[in-house]
Design a protein around this ligand. Structure first.
Ligand SMILES: C[S@@+](CC[C@H](N)C(=O)[O-])C[C@H]1O[C@@H](n2cnc3c(N)ncnc32)[C@H](O)[C@@H]1O
Length: 302
């Protein structure tokens, strides 16, 4: 008698709670913070559905509450930092790692003629497709969803399978993701980015350790990390900018900037009268895949 193995169960189509919270923070920024906005994500609200409506409701009800204001500040400041560098980059390919409900591929990359690849866990990618369809957002051919687990060192191969040209530079954004990986997994992720074509760029953010957080940052970390752990997304990595820069350098990346996000964004907050403050909670790094040294280039040719 032959037996047919049971088909593998389909991944649950589900976005994590933190992906909804981040998208709600971007949507709320346009409603509760004053102009000029740090980021205009005019698609975020339409993608929230039932999963994110509650977060947007909290943001609307308590816009001055420091933890909620910090959530908005962190979400929009890291995207602003990444998108400014994407616009300035020569890379014609854009990769979003741990995309969640991020809309930069639709708002910035595709309209500027770039091909975009959004990587997320299979269930999250499936749920994003549903969210886009329910919002009547048509995904252009230039934006491709790539289901993959960033803990699997083979994730760059999934990009190539989806059409990424490995001989051409890519701009990689990894926002709101490293805290859900262990430090070793973040190092491994950096090794994966280092396999991309020379000239490829990476922007990522990370949680600062307790000693580098200010009072509001500490309150945010205690409260939000506890809630995230309860919903199955515990924080696993908290490092100083210098430490994150070391991870990336050891992986072979050239670090161009590794700073406290509060310092990066402070000039934009100087004259504001809303609740946005440069809270010390996260670091942000911009790095590049260097050109091979002449000796490596000769070795590659021989
Ligand atoms: C806080 S959300 C951030 C989403 C988006 N980058 C943003 O800024 O709104 C974290 C995202 O990382 C994704 N993620 C976490 N661990 C992952 C992994 N091992 N592989 C792929 N994606 C992962 C989650 O599914 C989720 O969409």
């Amino acid at each position: 008698m032959t037996t047919t193995p049971a088909p593998a169960p389909l991944p649950t189509s589900r976005l994590g709670t933190t992906a909804y919270a981040a998208a709600a923070a971007r949507a709320a920024h346009l409603e509760v913070d004053e102009s000029p906005h740090l980021l205009v994500d005019d698609l975020a609200a339409s993608l929230l559905g039932d999963g994110g409506a509650g977060f947007l409701g909290y943001q609307r009800a308590y816009p001055d509450e420091p933890v909620l204001a910090t959530a908005r500040l962190w979400a929009v400041a890291r995207s602003r930092f990444a998108e400014e560098r994407l616009v300035a980059s020569d890379a014609r390919q854009y990769v979003v790692l741990g995309a969640g409900l991020d809309t930069s591929a639709l708002r910035v990359a595709a309209p500027s003629g770039r091909t975009a690849f959004e990587v997320d866990l299979p269930g999250a990618s499936a749920a994003k497709l549903t969210a886009l369809a329910q919002a009547n957002v048509v995904l252009p051919d230039a934006v491709r969803l790539v289901p993959a687990d960033l803990r699997d060192p083979e994730w760059p191969a999934a990009l190539v399978d989806a059409g990424l040209d490995p001989t051409e530079p890519a701009f990689v954004a990894c926002l709101g993701v490293t805290m859900y990986l262990t430090p070793d997994e973040v190092r491994e992720l950096a090794l994966g980015v280092a396999t991309l074509a020379p000239g490829s760029e990476l922007v990522l953010d990370h949680v600062l350790p307790a000693g580098l957080r200010d009072e509001v940052g500490e309150t945010y970390a205690r409260g939000v990390a506890a809630v995230a752990a309860q919903v199955g997304e515990p924080w696993r990595c908290e490092v100083a900018p210098r430490q994150m820069a070391a991870f990336l350098s050891e992986a072979g990346l050239a670090v161009e900037q590794a700073v406290d996000l509060a310092d990066a964004v402070a000039p934009l907050l100087r004259d504001r009268t809303d609740a946005l403050r440069p809270v010390r909670i996260a670091g942000v790094v911009h790095a590049r895949v260097p050109a091979p040294s002449p000796r490596q280039a000769v070795g590659a040719r021989s």
